[in-house]
Design a protein around this ligand. Structure first.
Ligand code: ADP
Ligand code: 5GP
Length: 188
């Protein structure tokens, strides 16, 4: 079957991963699209579960073989991408796909899958709060944080290009609103 696609995009630190994890607990019919990346695992992240952690050489071979539906050099020298085989794996299991990907990748998937995709932009209250959340997560070096802050400023300008803007001010409210959006889309 061809299922649907639910795309969560936002600058790093806006709360996508937290909201997507919440939705995965609530909706058994959703399955997370595990992206491939050339960055190293962080904290408790596991290969196959959070990402397919692969070498840059392997990544670029896969690009040449056109294995990605979209990919991006999200940070200088660090690639992330959605494998075509990942979407097929999830649809073949009879599930819908949920994505946590960067703003440009999210818009690229929306353009490709059109009405089968719901593209949601997660909006933090302000750039200052976004910076606090990102620093508070405690997973990135000072250099990586600066790179993420710089990119975040640009990414906040893309919000209007998405189907929906989901405000993540209070986390419980954002999760409840995300549930409503997903339920409405899956039953439409
Ligand atoms: P992203 O996946 O968009 O990079 P995360 O889900 O990792 O963002 O969230 C970044 C940090 O902000 C995490 O430490 C998370 O617990 C925290 N966070 C997420 N949403 C909220 C919120 N509404 N209020 C306060 N902290 C939040
Ligand atoms: P992180 O290193 O914090 O896990 O992710 C950095 C950024 O890359 C986040 O904005 C995340 O959503 C994005 N990202 C993760 N997977 C993909 C992917 O497959 N494609 C694209 N374009 N971005 C991705």
């Amino acid at each position: 079957m061809q299922g649907k696609l639910i795309i969560f995009s936002a600058p790093s630190g806006a709360g996508k991963t937290t909201i997507v994890r919440h939705l995965l607990k609530k909706f058994p019919e959703l399955s997370f699209s595990v992206s491939a990346t050339t960055r190293d695992p962080r904290g408790s992240e596991k290969h196959h579960n959070d990402y397919y952690f692969i070498s840059k050489e392997d990544f670029l071979h896969r690009v040449a073989r056109q294995e990605f539906v979209e990919f991006e050099e999200v940070y200088s020298g660090t690639f992330y991408g959605t494998l075509r085989s990942e979407i097929e794996r999830i649809w073949n299991a009879g599930k819908h796909v949920i994505f946590d990907i960067d703003v440009e990748g999210g818009l690229r998937l929306k353009r490709k899958y059109e009405a089968d995709a719901l593209a949601i932009f997660v909006q933090p209250p302000s750039l200052a709060v976004l910076k606090e959340r990102l620093s508070g997560r405690g997973t990135d070096s000072e250099e990586k944080l600066q790179e993420r802050f710089l990119k975040a400023e640009k990414e906040l300008l893309y919000a209007d290009k998405f189907d929906v803007i989901l405000k993540n001010y209070d986390l419980n409210e954002a999760c409840a609103e995300a549930e409503r959006l997903v339920r409405a889309f899956l039953t439409s």
